[in-house]
Design a protein. Structure first.
Length: 240
């Protein structure tokens, strides 16, 4: 775990040194804040309710695009520059490298979400708010981010081109984000249920409503596990 934390620290420093972290934080906070408070007919003042439903909706889509941008370089750039080979020769396991990169991305996303807490405190002061549902909404965003981060790391491991990794990650994410749900509407029975279960939207919506079900937690944990193991297998096949 110590080695994974060293990798995590290195990745976080890399994020901030390249200004990637600062750009993502500024855009995410500004974008989500604008639509939460002033955006069209769905902002807090128009709805006239003390809830953060608008924010969670905006954050749900914003993170969908931001996460592939954060993960696209994490392994692809190491492969392109050859530093991944040097890193693998050190006394550190592939799983620890991947875990460290995963943790770094999740910490950056956690920081981004933490910086939106003033929205929560402000809304709670102007009306009665369901605090439990809000915290569940944040939990849902973190779980969703974990799933897409693992997918992004896998995509970054199969290409040395960052743009290709970004596009593949986005393409896979589209299925989980809404295509599975759309396709499921055309099927009945077991096939429809399986496709519905594969949809990130359904699990996120369930958690953000304040319903924490074991099947939702297992779903996100499974995607995270499979994504990281797929990335590990790709690196093992490439460098063993």
């Amino acid at each position: 775990m110590k080695q994974a934390w060293v990798v995590c620290t290195k990745e976080l420093n890399s994020f901030f040194d390249s200004l990637m972290a600062s750009i993502v934080l500024i855009i995410f906070i500004g974008f989500s804040g604008f639509f939460t408070w002033f955006g069209f007919s769905s902002n807090v003042f128009f709805v006239d309710q003390a809830n953060l439903g608008v924010f969670f909706g905006v954050a749900y889509w914003s993170l969908f695009f931001f996460i592939p941008a954060l993960t696209m370089r994490q392994i692809a750039e190491e492969i392109r520059s050859g530093t991944i080979e040097m890193l693998l020769t050190k006394p550190i396991q592939r799983t620890q490298i991947l875990l460290g990169k995963f943790m770094a991305t999740m910490l950056l996303i956690t920081i981004a979400l933490a910086l939106t807490l003033p929205y929560y405190f402000t809304v709670s002061n102007i009306g009665k708010i369901d605090h439990y549902a809000v915290w569940c909404g944040y939990l849902g965003l973190l779980l969703m981010s974990g799933a897409y981060t693992s997918i992004g790391l896998f995509c970054s491991s199969i290409s040395k081109n960052q743009i290709v990794a970004f596009l593949i990650s986005l393409f896979i994410g589209i299925f989980f984000h809404f295509l599975f749900d759309m396709i499921a509407s055309g099927f009945a029975g077991t096939v429809g249920e399986i496709l519905t279960y594969m949809s990130v939207t359904n699990h996120f919506d369930s958690i953000s409503r304040g319903v924490i079900d074991s099947k939702d937690l297992i779903y996100f944990a499974s995607i995270i596990f499979v994504g990281l193991m797929a990335a590990d297998y790709t690196l093992a096949k490439r460098y063993n």
